[in-house]
Write a protein that binds this ligand. Structure first.
Ligand SMILES: [Zn+2]
Length: 81
């Protein structure tokens, strides 16, 4: 058995393995040991921002269309007069 040196984390591992076990484990599951609270906060914040953007979209798009219709209506009124 020969060992390979991981370029990413510097761990020595079995050359038979395709990738470094340390990096592979890290990629597969998030590290809950640290900053779990912050991660939860980030998730809540992301959800809040996503909801906010949805609300902006739901309100903003009809409002924008309404403004366009109103502008078109006013232009028609002035042109037809
Ligand atoms: Zn590694």
């Amino acid at each position: 058995m020969s060992l390979k040196f991981c370029k990413t984390c510097g761990t020595l591992y079995d050359e038979a393995k395709v990738e470094c076990p340390k990096c592979a484990a890290k990629a597969l599951e998030p590290d809950y040991d640290e900053l779990t609270y912050d991660r939860e906060m980030d998730k809540a914040e992301a959800d809040r921002l996503r909801r906010k953007s949805w609300i902006q979209l739901i309100i903003g798009v009809p409002a924008f269309i309404g403004v366009l219709y109103l502008a078109g209506y006013l232009i028609k009124m002035f042109v037809l007069k």
